[in-house]
Ligand binder design. Structure first.
Ligand SMILES: *[C@@H]1O[C@H](CO)[C@@H](O)[C@H](O)[C@H]1NC(C)=O
Ligand SMILES: *[C@@H]1O[C@H](CO)[C@@H](O)[C@H](O)[C@H]1NC(C)=O
Ligand SMILES: *[C@@H]1O[C@H](CO)[C@@H](O)[C@H](O)[C@H]1NC(C)=O
Ligand SMILES: *[C@@H]1O[C@H](CO)[C@@H](O)[C@H](O)[C@H]1NC(C)=O
Ligand SMILES: *[C@@H]1O[C@H](CO)[C@@H](O)[C@H](O)[C@H]1NC(C)=O
Ligand SMILES: *[C@@H]1O[C@H](CO)[C@@H](O)[C@H](O)[C@H]1NC(C)=O
Length: 498
């Protein structure tokens, strides 16, 4: 008996030692990219796929041109903005005079939370501060240029964070601009060739720590970094703190905009550039951010319907992006009064309706060996692996008129099943061997179709279900990474001619 007890003690002691060493030596990240880049991306981000971006600020008051209003009016002297100011405001009117007009009187964070939840997104990224420097929270470091002191007289960030956490299962993230167009300390550092860091020490860093400690965002979406290096911004020191010691150290995700040398190279997921949509696989987790109003991130009062993505176009972008391993961040711009324009709300609710049926082809998926089909040119693929089984999803933008569809990429096995997501039963198909399959589509009454836009075929038990991608599948030269050609890039704004 004693021997047994001694053995048990020994086992317990060893167990304690093992546990102790596991607990007491967590990875500490060093403030350099080699160390920070080695951190695995928290899984929730890749699983969730879809986020909603919200651009809100003083720029929502003039609501003309874009969120770059201040700079494009004063620095670039764009004629339509000059005319707009001359025609509508007194000559002495400054950009700062717009701030008291930012009332947010209809701001209803619970309603916003409801719309966000209905969209099917897994996270939201809210603009805490854009390049104008106005903070949507009562920052100690932005005296009299924040939403509590001037304008709404509210903590816009805090109210949304609370509503999103109370009413939804979305993660809450924040966008933050490192530089500010007209901050005197920034302009001084710039004049000094960024050899001084007064702005970073007095503004950028205190503000970022304040934001993270106060609101615990699970995404820190950085921007406005491009005029100086990561060294000037002290980016790696901040991210090391974020990953090691911050209140969100285990779940937080960051992007790649931390200095003029970091995009598409360092950080968490890669944004590379606005509206980034590569045409091939990227050897890293990436994100495309796009605006439902093609011409602006911030709300514009002069948006017309053709500027706005249709639900078909939006779902196409979602599918295209996810088939290539990206996440998508879909932007809306609320009005200065706090309303989400109904056309944006409608798009988000439509997307959510589609995802409610077809989410299994989106969330927690990974790229398949073929991201598109060579025979059915519009079809895109995603795949989802559980245990040993990989289900492949063929996503059809339209319902074929012919009663069947031939897919070139899937190779059927004896046990392959083909079905329509959201519809009962299996479909018949003919195997073409290595040439693919032809799926017979039954005539389904419109009232029994599972959804209204893209249709998803679920392919189980394929002979080539396994995804084997070697290095040659990925683009190597990221600088020259080819952008998708048919992507609807924002056109040069066409403004009224006076
Ligand atoms: C990056 O910014 C620094 C200033 O911090 C500047 O000297 C350098 O030329 C910039 N590099 C690029 C590639 O723009
Ligand atoms: C910020 O960067 C400077 C120069 O790279 C460095 O000397 C300083 O220690 C850094 N500050 C912090 C708080 O990490
Ligand atoms: C998965 O594959 C492995 C190796 O081929 C096999 O041993 C295991 O039984 C499989 N598991 C299931 C759930 O099919
Ligand atoms: C597919 O549909 C076309 C047009 O209706 C028809 O000619 C063809 O025989 C069908 N193929 C299969 C394999 O069912
Ligand atoms: C599918 O992917 C494999 C492996 O990358 C490739 O060899 C094949 O040509 C692709 N087939 C089609 C139909 O695109
Ligand atoms: C195909 O469907 C049949 C009938 O529903 C089922 O028994 C079988 O397990 C399915 N095969 C695969 C590979 O999912």
């Amino acid at each position: 008996m004693k021997q047994v007890l001694d053995k048990m003690k020994l086992v317990l002691l060893l167990l304690c030692l093992v546990l102790h060493s596991a607990v007491s030596t967590p990875t500490r990240y060093e403030p350099n990219w080699e160390s920070l880049d080695a951190r695995p991306l928290p899984e929730w981000y890749d699983d969730g796929k879809i986020g909603i971006f919200i651009h809100w600020g003083v720029f929502s008051v003039p609501a003309y041109g874009s969120e770059w209003f201040w700079f494009q009016w004063l620095d670039e002297k764009r004629w339509y903005l000059q005319d707009f100011m001359k025609d509508n405001y007194a000559p002495s009117f400054t950009y700062q005079d717009f701030a008291p007009m930012f009332h947010a009187e209809f701001y209803d964070p619970d309603h916003w939370a409801d719309v966000l939840q209905a969209s099917g997104a897994s996270h939201v990224v809210f603009v805490a501060k854009h390049h104008e420097g106005y903070t949507n929270w009562p920052s100690k470091f932005s005296f009299s240029w924040n939403s509590e002191d001037v304008g709404p007289k509210k903590d816009l960030v805090g109210l949304l964070a609370d509503a999103v956490r109370a009413k939804t299962n979305l993660k809450f993230g924040l966008y933050h601009s490192m530089f500010e167009w007209y901050h005197p300390l920034f302009l001084q550092d710039q004049a000094n060739g960024f050899k001084t860091q007064d702005f970073v020490q007095a503004k950028t860093m205190p503000e970022l720590y304040e934001l993270v400690n106060k609101y615990k965002p699970e995404i820190v979406w950085s921007d406005g970094e491009w005029l100086a290096t990561d060294q000037y911004w002290n980016s790696t020191e901040f991210i090391a703190w974020l990953y090691n010691d911050s209140p969100v150290k285990d779940t937080v995700v960051v992007n790649d905009r931390w200095g003029n040398n970091t995009r598409c190279a360092h950080g968490g997921f890669w944004n590379c550039k606005d509206h980034y949509v590569p045409s091939t696989l990227v050897p890293h987790k990436w994100e495309s951010c796009l605006t439902i109003d093609r011409k602006s991130w911030g709300y514009r009062a002069d948006t017309v319907l053709e500027d706005v993505y249709t639900i078909e176009e939006l779902i196409d972008e979602v599918i295209f992006t996810i088939s290539l391993g990206g996440n998508i961040l879909i932007n809306i711009g609320p009005t200065s009064r706090g309303e989400i324009p109904p056309v944006f709300e409608e798009r988000l609710r439509q997307l959510g309706k589609w995802l409610k049926v077809n989410g299994e082809a989106i969330y927690k998926t990974h790229v398949w060996s073929n991201q598109s089909d060579i025979v059915a040119k519009d079809v895109r693929y995603t795949a989802r692996t559980e245990g040993n089984a990989t289900t492949v999803y063929a996503i059809l933008p339209d319902w074929p008129a012919t009663g069947n569809i031939t897919l070139g990429s899937p190779i059927a096995s004896a046990s392959t099943n083909v079905s329509l997501v959201g519809y009962p039963g299996n479909f018949q198909y003919t195997s073409l061997g290595s040439g693919g399959i032809t799926v017979t589509l039954p005539p389904i009454p419109v009232s029994r179709m599972p959804c209204e836009w893209s249709y998803v075929l679920r392919l189980e038990g394929l002979q080539n279900q396994k995804t084997e991608l070697d290095e040659s599948a990925y683009s190597k030269n990221l600088q020259a990474l080819e952008m998708r050609k048919d992507f609807p890039m924002p056109k040069v704004p066409s403004f009224r001619v006076v």
